[in-house]
Design a protein around this ligand. Structure first.
Ligand SMILES: [Fe+2]
Length: 305
């Protein structure tokens, strides 16, 4: 057995959201957003992108919008076992032991809690899906999830220590961008009044595919809520929308690729020239800020007693 160390997560696998508008949201994400429904239960839907992941988005019917869980990828059950042992040794609350997953996509994994009671999942060996025919530019993967937190420093320390994520950049002391692989960020935290999902970003393969996706949404009656523009930190093109439940998805492209050996995190001043390199978007409106703020999310509920 190798000496204990943080896991080396290979990717963000999927994001699961609780939504107050399940049916309308399934229609939105499997329609103009460009994902495809792979599995359905009365209370939940599983949607894939064009990449190899079984699904990149789960939607669960709920009384309030919230994060259900975030899933990360490791290649082998042995690495999953080591990640669970590491998390437990670092004081994380494990919800179950590593084992076969009895959920769509199956695989081998476990779940645990972050300090704000978010449910995290680490898994290996999930089911393959058939190649998806690509006659339209659609998202190929989930690029990142941004989470509002009441303690950005504590969360940054915990996610770097327990999950092995690395800090790529700061946006003043307001946001921090964390990477698991060459992508500039797979998780970002935003300092806020309460914990809640801020937005989930989906990546298309090129700027052309990104603009065509914005066009497809526009023709279907969905205008951007912020963007199109291009972020300073991460250098990614962005276009934000509001989904039928009021949650925020982002269509993104050209996320900065990081060289692990030479990268130096920077602190980005929050000025217009760096907030939108295209200078097309302008500042976010109070309305999109409100949607990104969400409603207070208590996270996983402990059973009474
Ligand atoms: Fe984003």
């Amino acid at each position: 057995m190798s000496s204990p160390a943080p896991p080396r997560l290979r990717a963000l696998r999927h994001v699961a959201l609780r939504t107050t508008a399940l049916e309308e949201s399934v229609a939105f994400y499997s329609g103009p957003w460009g994902l495809e429904l792979v599995e359905r239960t009365p209370g939940a839907a599983y949607l894939r992108a064009s990449g190899p992941e079984h699904h990149v988005l789960e939607l669960h019917a709920a009384q309030a919008n919230a994060l259900d869980h975030v899933a990360f990828a490791l290649p082998t059950p042995a690495e999953v076992d080591a990640a669970a042992a590491w998390a437990e040794a670092e004081g994380a609350v494990l919800l179950d032991r590593p084992g076969p997953l009895d959920r769509p996509g199956a695989g081998y994994g476990f779940r645990f809690l972050d300090p704000e009671n978010r449910v995290l999942e680490i898994s290996a060996l999930v089911h393959a899906v058939p190649e998806r025919p690509l006659d339209v530019p659609v998202p190929r993967k989930v690029a990142h999830v941004v989470l509002n937190t009441t303690d950005i420093d504590a969360l940054t320390a915990w996610y770097t220590r327990v999950l092995g994520l690395r800090v790529s950049d700061w946006s003043e002391h307001q946001m921090v961008f964390l990477r698991a692989n060459a992508d500039h960020h797979v998780v970002a935290f935003n300092q806020a009044e309460w914990a809640a999902p801020n937005h989930v970003a989906y990546e298309v393969g090129s700027l052309d595919a990104w603009l065509r996706s914005i066009g497809r949404l526009k023709v279907a009656g969905h205008e951007t809520a912020w963007g199109p523009g291009r972020h300073g930190p991460g250098d990614n093109a962005f276009a934000y929308y509001v989904d039928p439940a009021g949650l925020v998805p982002e269509m993104t492209a050209e996320v900065l690729q990081i060289d692990e050996d030479t990268w130096m995190p920077r602190v980005w001043p929050r000025i217009p020239e760096l907030s939108d390199l295209f200078r097309t978007a302008g500042p976010p409106s109070p309305d999109i800020r409100r949607h990104m703020g969400g409603v207070p999310d208590p996270g996983w509920a402990r059973p009474a007693g």
